[in-house]
Design a protein around this ligand. Structure first.
Ligand code: FAD
Ligand code: NAI
Length: 466
């Protein structure tokens, strides 16, 4: 069998790439080593984490807000088994959806580990050890990423867990220590805190969510602390002793000082992810990687070997599902002789806590470092009518616009539905809009989106409701 394109890996990068290639008339196949399609995102990442975030948010709302709305409930309790069944149903619906789409687009599917045996030759080894070889004029590597492990700290996925184990806990832990105040630590930490766990987050740096706008990160930490999450910043974990039922965590200040210990029934290691290329045979065909293990690609997603491309978490750039998807579309179009491309300046990032945090474009720190002169427009949700009545007044919208041209350079939002609101900014930036363009666009009342318009007005110090 021979194909125009074989995609290895069916995460958001791989399956989207295969569908776009098939739409463009390429004879396409995918190879996936899991039993289900959808990759990290659908099986153990985006989708299961959002299911638990959704349900645990509903629980907290019921516990803290319903009485104030005049709604009475009986005493609330959580059945974690049912919660996990609800999560599994969400995963199942999504992975079956991908299976349906692959079939609908007449994409051949192979289950097994894919290895590039030679240029144009993919060997597939299935679970039962059987091998088969397929031909490929082009190969796209979309094998994603894996959990970054900390030296000396073993993951048993019961007491000391990665995100995968933390999304699958059989009961609410009494105490959870999270190592790493990045996206995974804060999202999954929020889930178990809402359901009753005491959550302590230990972070090596002196701030949470490194890479996010500094003001956003500071305010967000204050909000999470108010919700009951505890932070130990500028602290490094030196040892985790796991007795099979609980763990003792030893840590010390990064700057030096006395060590302290904490006991926890679950420790979540959330210190980043690394590109996954094991078993692909890259060395045999001479595909180059960088010093962080990421496959090196050019602007057309081509590796140094003709006919072999790579996209998604396995190459440089933010490890985000939508970035992988856009690269999947772009590389399929390039292989089909078209002009696919990804605008890396306008990729949104969202933290799906409550409130959500969403960001696109440059942070203040980045603009300062680049010597760009900018104006700031800010509007708090306390002054937004809809947020007031919804009692979701935590947070603000912040717009950074070039002080000479008024072009929007970055937008950062903390607030309810920030992950939806940010797309107004994404579209505006994609079309090189000015803050005045946003300010002059009619926004429906009463909506949270009005805060985006007011922040744009506030760039020229003419917000109406502040
Ligand atoms: P992956 O989704 O990792 O897929 C790679 C696939 O390749 C896997 O199915 C793997 O089995 C397969 N594979 C690997 N090697 C081989 C081989 N040799 N042969 C055959 N198959 C192989 N991102 C967001 O944008 N939003 C979120 O809300 C979000 N939440 C997340 C929550 C968690 C807990 C985690 C861990 C990640 C989250 N992410 C989120 C990140 C997101 O999951 C990744 O950025 C995304 O999945 C990357 O897509 P990908 O296609 O590059 O790789
Ligand atoms: P991350 O890179 O977001 O955060 C890791 C954190 O751990 C950083 O703050 C880092 O300073 C800290 N850290 C590193 N080593 C440490 C140590 N030894 N001790 C203490 N702290 C340490 O990585 P995370 O949260 O594991 O997520 C991995 C990837 O998954 C991210 O790139 C993210 O983009 C993606 N993801 C995206 C989500 C979303 O879009 N909502 C949700 C979850 C994951």
């Amino acid at each position: 069998m021979s194909y125009d394109l074989v995609v290895i890996g069916t995460g958001p990068g791989g399956y989207v790439c295969a569908i776009r290639a098939a739409q463009l008339g390429l004879k396409t196949a995918v190879v996936e080593k899991r039993s289900t399609f959808g990759g990290t995102c659908l099986n153990v990442g985006c989708i299961p984490s959002k299911a638990l975030l959704h349900a645990s948010h509903a629980y907290e709302e019921a516990a803290e807000k319903f009485a104030g709305y005049g709604i009475s409930t009986g005493p609330l309790s959580v059945d974690v088994k049912k919660l996990q069944a609800y999560k599994a149903e969400g995963i199942d619906g999504n992975v079956k959806g991908v299976e349906y789409l692959l079939k609908k687009n007449k994409i051949d599917t192979f289950h097994g580990v894919g290895r590039i045996a030679a240029v144009g030759q993919i060997e597939i080894t299935s679970d039962d050890g059987k091998n088969q070889m397929i031909g490929a004029k082009n190969v796209v590597i979309a094998t994603g990423s894996d959990v970054a492990r900390l030296p000396g700290i073993e993951l048993d996925e019961k007491v000391v867990v990665s995100s995968t184990g933390a999304l699958d806990l059989p009961k609410v832990p009494k105490k959870m220590v999270v190592i790493g105040a990045g996206v995974i630590g804060l999202e999954i930490g929020s889930v178990w805190r809402r359901l009753g766990a005491e959550v302590v987050v230990v972070e090596f740096l002196d701030r949470i969510l490194p890479g996010m706008d500094g003001e956003v990160s500071k305010n967000f930490q204050r909000i999470l602390s108010k919700q009951g999450m505890t932070f130990k910043l500028a602290t490094k974990v030196t040892k985790v002793e796991n007795n099979g039922k609980s763990a003792k965590i030893t840590m010390e200040p990064v700057a030096g000082g006395d060590a302290e210990t904490l006991d926890a029934d679950v420790v979540l290691v959330a210190t980043g992810r690394i590109p996954y290329t094991a078993g692909l045979g890259l060395e045999d065909v001479g595909v180059q990687k960088d010093d962080r293990g990421r496959i090196l690609t050019d602007a057309r997603f081509s590796t140094n070997v003709t006919g072999i491309y790579a996209i998604g978490d396995v190459i440089a750039g933010p490890m985000l599902a939508h970035k992988a998807e856009d690269e999947g579309v772009a590389v399929a179009e390039i292989i089909a002789g078209k002009h696919g491309h990804v605008n890396y300046d306008v990729i949104p990032g969202v933290v799906y806590t409550a409130p959500e945090v969403a960001s696109v474009g440059k942070t203040e720190e980045e603009l300062k470092a680049a010597g760009v002169s900018y104006n700031v427009g800010k509007f708090p949700f306390t002054a937004n009518g809809r947020a007031k009545v919804n009692q979701t007044t935590d947070g603000f919208v912040k717009i950074l616009a070039d002080s000479t041209t008024d072009r929007v350079l970055g937008v950062h939002i903390i607030g309810a539905n920030a992950g939806e609101l940010i797309h107004e900014a994404v579209i505006a930036m994609e079309f090189s809009a000015s803050s005045e363009d946003i300010a002059r666009s009619c926004h429906a009342h009463p909506t949270l989106s009005e805060a985006v318009k007011e922040a744009a007005l506030s760039v020229e110090k003419r917000a109406i409701h502040m």
